[in-house]
Write a protein that binds this ligand. Sequence first.
Ligand SMILES: Nc1ncnc2c1ncn2[C@@H]1O[C@H](COP(=O)(O)OP(=O)(O)OP(=O)(O)O)[C@@H](O)[C@H]1O
Length: 860
Amino acid sequence: MERINESSFFSDKENDVPDMINYDENHLNNSQIDQDVSYFPDANVSLESERDLNTTLNDTIQLKKNLGETFDQLTKPGQSKPGSFRQSVAEKIHEFEMKPANTLSFDSYESESEPEPKQFSVYLRLRPTANSDNTIEILPKTAVDGRSVQKIRTHAPASSHSFKVARAGGSSILKEFEFAEVFPQDASQEVVYERTVSPYINGVLAGESGLVFCYGITNAGKTYTVTGPDKTLTSDSVNQSWGLLPRALKHLFELCHNNGTQNLSLHMSYFEIYNEKIFDLLSVETMTGRTAAHMKKSLHSISLHRVPSLADGLSFISQAKTNRRCATNSINKESSRSHAICQIQVLNKSSNIKSNLWIVDLAGSERSKRTGGARQQEAANINMSLMTLNQCLEGLRSSAGDKKNAVIPWRDSKLTRLFAAHWMGPYANRTSMVINVNPAASDFDETQHVLSYSSVARNIDTSSIPKEKAAPSVSVEYDNNGHRMVSGKPTFSQKIVNAIKKLSPHRFNGSRKRKENSDDHDAKPSDVFKYPVNNKKIRTEVVEGDEKIAPRGSSSTDQKEINSLRMKVSVLEVENQMLKTQNDELQADVDQLRDQMESVEADVRDEVAEEMESQMRAMSQQYDDIIEKLKLQMEQLVSSGAVASARKLHPSRGEQKIAELTEQLEECEEEMQRMRKDQEEQIAVITAKYEEEVSKKDAELQSLREKLEKVQKENEVNSFAIKVEKGSDALVREEGGCSQGSSPSNPILLDDTQSTFDSFDVEVLDEKNTQQIDIECSPDPAFPLSRKDKNPVRHPFEVLSSNSRSEPQLEDCWMKPNATLKQDPSTGFYLRPKGRKPKDAEYWDKNRGAWRLSVAMNDL
Ligand SMILES: Nc1ncnc2c1ncn2[C@@H]1O[C@H](COP(=O)(O)OP(=O)(O)OP(=O)(O)O)[C@@H](O)[C@H]1O
């Protein structure tokens, strides 16, 4: 495997415009491309002079009109002398006018005889999908205007945005797209190769370039189509999973081998455009870490490697695949984050003709929301360059159609600069676009965008693209004054110089030769002719140049003057014409830029609106999902009987409030219980104390009672009953004190002691009944009662009332309370009812359980 010069195989100095791969005479050394040589990849050095002449022819024809009669006269065959410059120009004009375009032939290979299509060949490949989404229906093949056509019909799934838009707008959810051919999900790699790349191989060997690129959203199968799975690239025996690239290499080697051609050699470069920077995937430097060493300033510094065998080619592919920038996104585990471009170059050493087969695996267009936020910058760059590509396709279609002045933004991305070279060249029609599509319903909306661009590409009629379109965008970067050209267009002075070149090519060539010989590095075309023409030196040069054109023998001063004036007029005419053209062009440019801006603005607005809408839809979907999930969880919890815990996990506000209140309630209850307990304890203590006190008091009471009894007994001892016989047999018994009153006429001597009693209740007993008679008496100190005398003693006394008198009954002197009476269990006494003492009551009799009425006493 031979590694050839890695420095700069493209020619442009600064601006990355790709050029043909230039070899020097030894074929393998790159050379700086001459600024005047067209940089189309398919051009070659041997064609340079012919191409120059071709250009001269066209320009001469143009100038013919400008210079009018005079020029016609001057260039008429027969009027110029044989061997003169004019004669040679006239002959060359004739020769080129007779020669049909594009009839350059190469030694060993002839281009395929079948008619080349005028349009890009756009294919659709569906990748297998695990689910049974049937979003794309393949319709039978047909032929339209001699072109094989196959249509598909897309069915917007109900989940898609397109479906909703169609429904809302009342349009159909079905859409049809047309392709050269559609490869179904089970189409083999071989079939795809046979239809897309194989038809270009013979042409490539015959010097005609071809470009094949795979386009689609992420995870649609582009890398699979271009290279196939990595592991299959280890052996050079063909594997059925091989993609387009290994198959193309094999095909090329087979054809070279079968034809025994020694003068063809294959070369390969492989690079990626990542974030608008170029990285050489076959660089000698190790790719680990991917430092600045791998980043190339321009496409021209990409390394080109000789490919001596298929095995070497496969190894290059593997190396490039390893070095390519991949990342895992949420859709594709190994998503390519860059545009990978492989250039296979065939060099015919004998003719020094080079042709290229470009196979391009574009990065997947994608929505950052689907692929994840971390890769947004990448996604933005990928989408930007794909958008520029789409704009260029649009521009090509427009310029091939009714908008001849359509501006094509080739320079807006590195990718389109690369493609511009091919599409503005003679083999633009040898372009195949493979649209990779994943028919899954989830990809439907984004796939629709891709499909709509495919129909743009399909409608580009390459034969109608005005060739001058190429000039402004892709011609050399510097004018002949050494100044950089604005927007790739020739400057005004360049146009003047070109005009002079046409008027006096030998003069100009002489000047250029001097420059090339480096003897006079400063000899720029501007030194030969500088606008405006009234520069004396220039005028002299022009006149001198024209002297050679003037017929011999007519070199008189007049003739010179005439010629000089004619030339001046011609130059002024050219200038005038050019100013007009320039003005028109500028006006057209302004109009188109305005149109373009408006359409870009509208596109961006649509895009933003769509993006926002889809984001909102996604958010709403997310919320729906969350709600569904929660519902499901709730149901599961209910069914598993864990509602309470579920409520704890996800309480509603009401439930939370209830739970709080319940908790508070429980706390209150606890507090109350605690308080109750405390109270009970206190009550128990108090009760115990009380009982203790009570029992103490009882004891005291008991002792008092005992004392009382004792005293009573003692009193009993001191008291006595007086029995008074009625008449003679009444007995009197002492009952209590008596009120102060009139003392008895016969005071009773109750005791021999000093009695404190001043009244007596006397019971008067008779034989039949015993009556109580209250007797008022006053003690008579003269008859003290003797304590010791326990026997009733008959004493004289006076009965104050007779017992025959109707006396109030005993019961009448007592009033029982209405309330149920309680007895003291320990003593058996009736407890005095609560409340006030009744008005007429004197005291409470605990034995009787009744109030003693004072009325009764008074009534006595
Ligand atoms: N025709 C096919 N047959 C079998 N498998 C396929 C086919 N097309 C794609 N695949 C598989 O689908 C997956 C995605 O394919 P691939 O990586 O080629 O997509 P991609 O368009 O290059 O994605 P990205 O743009 O993200 O790099 C891979 O696992 C690949 O093997």
